[in-house]
Design a protein around this ligand. Structure first.
Ligand code: SAH
Length: 196
């Protein structure tokens, strides 16, 4: 497939923050993602009390849903506004603390302790800071990463998961010459080479 037109595209941190400020967040859905509902059993694979990671989490409502099931949810999101909206829209009390290993980063944690959202760039995280995960819900994440950063993103994700983890990835399929993205078109062949 010809993805040449998207290969060089860069969306800056400032542009993402501006999308949140302007309310230009068509990617956010109030309803739980139908594919997560459909494949929940695959994600959980009979396990309970999982550590579940939401890369580039926005204010995804599925975080609350999985936390209410007894799992422990960790997200990372560059927009502090998004993180604060998540807690306020679900009426969840939270506390906020700096992350000593990452300059400028903050961690927002629900008072009940089962939802922790890191406000920083995902590229600042490592397993020594956030630990490893049993499951990943990757929707609007790989496809939102700048095409030139995909390799770095995939290597990090591989590092952040336990051996027996499950990873659900949602992508979008369309003609990349007709839309500049994000979401970007990530061909299946590239997904295979990124994640092995
Ligand atoms: N996964 C969410 C949001 C998808 S949109 C959902 O399903 O609704 C992508 C999100 O990634 C935006 O909220 C944007 O602010 C955030 N983002 C972009 N680059 C990032 C980075 N390098 N680190 C962390 N978050 C980032």
């Amino acid at each position: 497939s010809d993805v040449g037109s998207q290969k060089e595209r860069v969306v800056t941190k400032e542009e993402w923050l501006e999308k949140w400020e302007m309310g230009n967040i068509g990617f956010h859905k109030e309803q739980r993602h139908p594919l997560l509902q459909k494949y929940l059993d695959v994600l959980l694979n009979g396990r309970s009390g999982l550590r579940i990671f939401f890369p580039l989490c926005g204010k995804a409502v599925e975080m609350k849903w999985l936390a209410d099931m007894g799992h422990s949810v960790v997200g990372v999101e560059i927009s502090e506004q998004a993180v604060k909206e998540f807690f306020s829209e679900h009426s969840l009390p939270y506390c906020e603390e700096p992350v000593p290993e990452i300059s400028g980063a903050k961690m927002f944690q629900s008072t009940s302790g089962n939802i922790s959202l890191y406000c920083c760039s995902i590229y600042d995280l490592s397993s020594s800071i956030v630990g490893k995960f049993d499951a990943v819900w990757d929707r609007g994440a790989l496809v939102a990463v700048n095409p030139g950063d995909r390799q770095c993103y995939a290597s990090l994700m591989i590092n952040l998961v336990e051996k027996n983890s499950t990873y659900l990835l949602v992508t979008v399929s369309y003609d990349p010459n007709k839309h500049k993205g994000p979401p970007f078109y990530v061909p299946e062949s590239e997904i295979k080479s990124l994640f092995g």
